[in-house]
Design a protein around this ligand. Structure first.
Ligand code: NI
Length: 256
């Protein structure tokens, strides 16, 4: 049994065949998922899907690339949705310095507001970090995000930062890149994260694992991620699946 802790089956790439994609995941043993909403269109859809399937949950937040579009009304809306019974986390949120649609100071302000909101509603946060590690860590520390903890999503930093994240009460989630042939960093991380702080995810439709790299990703493929990590750590797929699923239940406070 596997738990895909970060999936966007609410994205337009799944408009045509969403239910089939979800069924394929269930058939592959991916029983649980958190569908992550990140803007005005994807948030309501994440909640709709979570209402439709018993073992699917939702996260609600605002993506840093679109930080410039977020209004106070959006923030209030996210706060209201946090009390929905299937919403288990706030995010994704964070900083993305790869794209320049939203200036850095706007991204930082929107990130801080969402951390403060998560502390108010006492929910874990899901962090998107692209080329912004130093600023992410500074803000998480200044805002005392350790109070709520959460997930370093699609972790793609060196193993040197793992301990800092663990100290702040965060779990490390690994996805497709751990299977990429020319990607040593996530493999190093997969080897050192304590088993009780490790999660698996797809971030579908993005970052499909080998041998599907470059194609549309889907939640069934989280098994490829788990298999690779099990191989790196020299544990059985069964043990890895069981532990990472338990970790997700604990972080999201799900009682299966
Ligand atoms: Ni995402």
């Amino acid at each position: 049994m596997l738990f895909d802790t970060h999936v966007h089956v609410n994205a337009r790439q799944f408009m045509e065949d969403r239910d089939e994609v979800i069924q394929r995941a269930f058939d592959a043993g991916v029983t649980y998922m958190v569908v992550v909403g990140f803007d005005r269109e994807t948030i309501p859809l994440a909640i709709d899907i979570a209402e439709q399937y018993e073992t699917i949950y939702a996260a609600v937040g605002w993506h840093p690339v679109d930080a410039i579009d977020m209004t106070d009304a959006d923030l209030a809306w996210i706060e209201e949705l946090a009390s929905h019974p299937k919403v288990v986390a706030i995010g994704e949120m964070g900083l993305d310095y790869h794209w320049d649609k939203s200036p850095k100071d706007v991204q930082k302000a929107v990130f801080r507001k969402q951390i403060q909101l998560a502390k108010k509603v006492n929910m874990p946060i899901i962090i998107h970090n692209r080329e912004a590690t130093e600023d992410i860590i500074t803000i998480l520390q200044e805002e005392d995000a350790a109070q709520v903890g959460g997930i370093m999503h699609c972790y793609n930093d060196s193993a040197a930062y793992v301990q800092t994240c663990l100290d702040m009460n965060f779990y490390i989630s690994l996805g497709g890149p751990v299977t990429f042939k020319n990607a040593p960093l996530p493999k190093e991380v997969a080897a050192v994260v304590p088993l009780d702080r490790l999660l698996v995810e797809t971030d579908a439709p993005f970052l499909a694992p080998h041998p599907n790299r470059g194609k549309r990703n889907e939640p069934a493929y989280v098994k490829l991620v788990a298999e690779k990590i099990a191989e790196i750590r020299d544990v059985s797929l069964e043990e890895l699946s069981e532990k990472t699923t338990e970790n997700a239940f604990s972080l999201f406070r799900i009682k299966p």
